[in-house]
Design a protein around this ligand. Structure first.
Ligand code: HEM
Length: 667
């Protein structure tokens, strides 16, 4: 190994071996062939297959309750499940690291995680869908969760965002209603992984504050191509506090290096059946093949004095802060470079809380955020128990010391006799802000106690219109088709009539098309004028990668006996150097022999999948691929395989880039 590559390897492994990954090792059991079986109390087990019985050896005989080994095995199995998350039940996660480029954010915050470029902060991210249960399909039309845990030296910071920058409701008190409305209906638990049903469209039709988010979910953003190609948003308005105690309002943004891409609806529907685990496998494949998903991290900041200078309320989570009004400052990046060792203890038990912030980061009066701060902390008790913050994936990497005691699953053992404060030895004493103690920003609050929303919270359509106006023509067509599809699944006339009226507040043409498609109320004139404004940063087409890339694109190469090996090897090497993955499809799975080799002997090439007679037998479906390649010199040999043209000629819209690049490689 050259000294350069050994240095690189060392640097890489130090990023993969973050402090958190090392911390998890203390709870990791290495499972090796020499690992013998024991009970939970550590006694070696001699027989794990036969319950202790009274038997003469030829007849079964009764099983004995005294068999602790058998009872323990069944008892542990009986209690393996925990409640799934009430929302975002379906998801997957990975480890990685976060770092800032410089200290430019120090003008806003004193949080070292956002200002100290010498730090590498371990992170864990869980991506999820919202509506479906734990076993639902990945590629349904839905919002995607983008939940980040930063294990900072000052404690855990959880940024629990989505892939859409706005939310359905303005006040957390409406959350149970929107979730009940979108989840499977109570009378028959239908539908799964869908918002295409009466209750959802009934609710959003009567709750116009959701109009903006409905536009986003019905756009291509609702069917992301990959978790790695999703933009992330903190959504809520947070605050940052700098060393001088000055506060700014902020929104957090995550921008994927590979650009923002979607499936088309037809692909998404097919993949739901062909490979319901498509997104979680895609993430795993990318990380395991060493092409680590990467995002830049950016902040929008508004000074306190400017809080009221906008025609929307900056604390309203149904609004974006348009980038021409509030510029985006890129301050850092993060990378996912390690898959989990075991899904349950890591992905299932990870638990996020919006209320988990560190000094330098704070909340605003955003009424959605305020309610979330109660909800997450509360719900973890049902799912994981009161000591959920001690579970390995959730525990901080910095020391934890307090006088909280007991509760199911308590892991910490405290020495001494003092579990209260003040005490005679000053054990577990408060730490002053100058020594790093968290302190709330001082703020004068005067008001009348009442149940209200701010005046600017009453306007619901300006930004829904801005979003729709900002889409390209084909994105608009996709959106119209998506709403028509969803409303067509509603069989209560009141539902699709109400929603076609809502749409007329956003765009006349949109409302007319959808109403005609679904038998809604076709409007004669717009309910309000279209302001005509656009913001190019709202269309996902704005986020193409800076340099065109085929990294992590899947390219299948069709081979048959007699194929040209040097040609295939050359193409594979070229694609590998561009970090694309190649998949060999042959007449059968297993070895396929090149020109000059005898079938049945010779080195050959191992086909990953087979394609013969019926394309439906092929495990590597065209929907999973960006390109299917028939190479020039092997074309004659593979021709018989292509009798079924179905999997061929299926360059997907999201694969066009790869097609072009491959042609230039080949010619
Ligand atoms: C800005 C709006 C919101 C965003 C971006 C958001 C995002 C998320 C995400 C990403 C998760 C999944 C976390 C994970 O991967 O484990 C989640 C779960 C959850 N959210 Fe929200 N959410 C929002 C609003 C709300 C509101 C208003 C409430 C309640 C008042 C709420 C309650 C919950 C609950 C109870 C869970 C399940 C948590 C668990 O069991 O671990 N969310 N949310």
């Amino acid at each position: 190994m050259s000294s350069i590559s050994s240095t690189l390897k060392h640097a890489l492994s130090s990023f993969q071996d973050t402090v958190k990954v090392k911390d998890l090792r203390t709870d990791t059991v290495e499972c090796t062939p020499s690992s013998g079986l024991t009970t939970d109390h550590g006694v070696k087990v001699a027989d794990t297959d036969n319950w202790l019985k009274v038997s003469d050896g030829s007849l079964a005989g009764p099983s004995l309750l005294e068999d602790q080994i058998a009872r323990e095995k069944i008892h542990r199995f009986d209690h393996e499940r925990i409640p799934e998350r009430v929302v975002h039940a379906r998801g997957t996660g990975a480890h990685g690291y976060f770092r800032v480029f410089d200290d430019s954010a120090a003008r806003w915050t004193m949080a070292p995680v956002l200002t100290d470029p010498s730090r590498t902060t371990p992170i864990f991210i869980r991506f999820s869908t919202v509506q479906g249960s734990k076993g639902s399909a990945d590629t349904v039309r839905d919002v995607r969760g983008f939940a980040m845990k930063f294990y900072t030296e000052e404690g855990n910071w959880d940024l629990v965002g989505n892939d859409i920058p706005v939310f359905f409701i303005q006040d957390a008190m409406k959350f149970p209603d929107i979730v009940h409305a979108v989840k499977p209906e109570p009378q028959n638990e239908v539908p799964q992984g869908q918002s295409a049903h009466n209750n959802f469209w009934d609710f959003v039709g009567l709750q116009p504050e959701s109009a903006h988010m409905v536009m986003w979910v019905m756009s291509d953003r609702g069917v992301p191509r990959s978790f790695r190609m999703m933009q992330g948003f903190g959504v809520n308005t947070y605050t940052l506090i700098n060393a001088e105690g000055k506060r700014v309002f902020v929104k957090f943004h995550m921008i994927p290096e590979l650009g923002v891409h979607s499936l088309v609806w037809d692909e998404a529907l097919k993949i739901c059946g062909q490979d319901p685990d498509f997104h979680r496998k895609d993430l795993e494949e990318a990380i395991k093949s060493g092409v680590f998903p990467k995002w830049t991290f950016a902040i929008q900041a508004i000074e306190e004095k400017d809080e009221h200078n906008f025609d929307f309320d900056i604390l309203d989570a149904t609004k974006v802060w348009p980038q021409d009004l509030v510029p985006l400052h890129t301050i850092g990046e993060f990378v996912l470079n390690r898959t989990v060792d075991e899904f349950f203890p890591e992905v299932e038990q990870v638990a996020f809380c919006t209320s988990h912030v560190v000094p330098g980061i704070g909340f605003s009066d955003d009424p959605l955020l305020q309610g979330r701060n109660f909800s997450y902390f509360d719900t973890q008790i049902t799912r994981l128990g009161v000591n959920w913050e001690q579970i390995p994936i959730n525990r901080p990497i910095c020391p934890v010391m307090n006088h909280h005691r007991g509760g199911a699953g308590q892991h910490r053992i405290h020495t001494g006799s003092l579990n209260y404060f003040p005490n005679r030895d000053n054990v577990g004493h408060p730490i002053s802000p100058s020594q790093g103690g968290y302190t709330e920003h001082k703020e004068k609050v005067v008001g009348i106690k009442q149940r209200v929303r701010g005046a600017k919270f009453q306007e619901h359509f300006n930004q829904a219109q801005l979003f729709y106006n900002s889409l390209t023509d084909y994105e608009k067509e996709h959106l119209k088709a998506a709403i028509s599809f969803e409303l067509s699944h509603c069989d209560d006339q009141r539902v699709y009539e109400t929603y076609s009226r809502v749409l007329n507040n956003i765009d006349f043409d949109l409302a007319k098309t959808v109403a005609q498609n679904v038998n809604g109320i076709v409007p004669e004139k717009p309910a309000r004028q279209n302001h005509g404004k656009k913001d190019p940063t709202l269309s996902q087409t704005f986020y193409s990668p800076k340099t065109p890339t085929i990294a992590t694109r899947r390219v299948a190469i069709l081979v048959a006996d007699g194929f040209d090996m040097p040609e295939v090897e050359a193409v594979r090497a070229t694609l590998a150097s561009a970090h694309a993955t190649t998949w060999i499809i042959g007449p059968r799975r297993g070895t396929v022999y090149s020109a000059g080799e005898t079938i049945g002997s010779g080195k050959g090439l191992v086909a990953d999948h087979h394609l013969k007679d019926n394309a439906r037998q092929c495990m590597m479906r065209s929907t999973f691929l960006r390109v299917l390649l028939m190479l020039k010199h092997s074309r004659k040999m593979v021709a018989p395989l292509t009798g079924s043209a179905r999997p061929l000629g299926t360059a997907r819209p999201s694969g066009l880039l790869a097609m072009v690049l491959l042609q230039s490689i080949l010619h």
